[in-house]
Ligand binder design. Structure first.
Ligand SMILES: C[S@@+](CC[C@H](N)C(=O)[O-])C[C@H]1O[C@@H](n2cnc3c(N)ncnc32)[C@H](O)[C@@H]1O
Length: 264
């Protein structure tokens, strides 16, 4: 399906976080519960588990209204700065952080992560750890020259981002330029973990359709190379859940772990 590029204004006007929860993450019906969350949560556990990446500051770029991707990282970073472009998404993040009774209930996903980490009874402690470690919820804009302007940003040990750049970037050139801008947010040798979907042109949130950058594995590798990163690991998993095709037409999931070189 051809969908015209969803601009920043389209996101402001049409992206409803409650519909996003219902479509993708709600118990019993969320399209992403299953293959996507299993893929991401397993990768995060391997990345941030024993002997893995750790540090002081983690930047989470384009979280939307979600926190699932932070559940392993929160054990090994002191400060997590999360962010999204949209105020309506940041409000949902803040609701969850302050335990608002209206906040989305992530318990089912948190329990999965505890199970993966081999400590299934730990979920309430993990929730507390994540709430304590998130020190800021900032506005970010992948398309701005400095994505966090005017907020002064510390150099981070790691930046993670899930399903954001395919939404924000209209072509591979903008995607590559955004990766270049991310390097300025990282310490020398700092890590970047990017996860998302390949060969996707659209996704629905409720009854609103948004465009996606049609990213291929070759395009992804080219972008990281041109942006000057050292790729540590790249994984692609074909999607086998064809039942989701009317909600989104992605064909596979990807994970990239790369590093900013020590010297440029
Ligand atoms: C498909 S959602 C992904 C949300 C979440 N990271 C997840 O894994 O479910 C796409 C996200 O991209 C964000 N976005 C759209 N335009 C953006 C921009 N210019 N800069 C940063 N984020 C943007 C939207 O606000 C939305 O949260």
């Amino acid at each position: 399906m051809q969908t015209s590029y969803s601009t920043s204004q389209t996101y402001i006007d049409e992206f409803n976080p409650l519909d996003y929860f219902q479509t993708y993450y709600a118990t019993g019906q969320g399209v992403f519960l299953g293959e996507w969350t299993n893929f991401v949560l397993q990768n995060m556990q391997e990345t941030f588990g024993p002997g893995g990446v750790k540090g002081d500051i983690l930047i989470d770029f384009g979280a939307g209204p979600t926190i699932y991707h932070l559940l392993s990282a929160c054990e090994v970073f002191n400060n997590i700065i999360t962010s999204d472009f949209l105020e309506q998404n940041r409000k949902q993040l803040e609701k969850w952080l302050r335990k608002d009774p209206d906040a989305f209930d992530w318990t089912h996903v948190i329990k999965c992560v505890c199970e993966l980490e081999g400590n299934r009874n730990n979920w309430e402690k993990k929730e507390e750890t994540l709430r304590r470690k998130v020190t800021k919820v900032l506005k970010c804009d992948a398309l701005a020259k400095k994505p966090f302007d005017p907020e002064p940003m510390p150099e981070a040990d790691c930046l993670i981002s899930c399903l954001c750049l395919e939404a924000a970037c209209k072509d591979l050139e903008v995607f590559t330029n955004t990766l270049i801008k991310f390097k300025e947010l990282l310490k020398p040798g700092g890590h970047i973990i990017l996860q998302g979907v390949l060969n996707c042109t659209f996704y629905y949130v409720g009854n609103k359709c948004f465009s996606s950058l049609y990213l291929t594995k070759d395009g992804l590798e080219k972008a990281f190379k041109e942006a000057g990163y050292e790729v540590v690991k790249l994984k692609v998993l074909p999607c086998s859940e064809k039942s989701v095709m009317d909600i989104s037409d992605f064909e596979s999931y990807y994970y990239v772990h790369a590093c900013k070189p020590q010297k440029e």
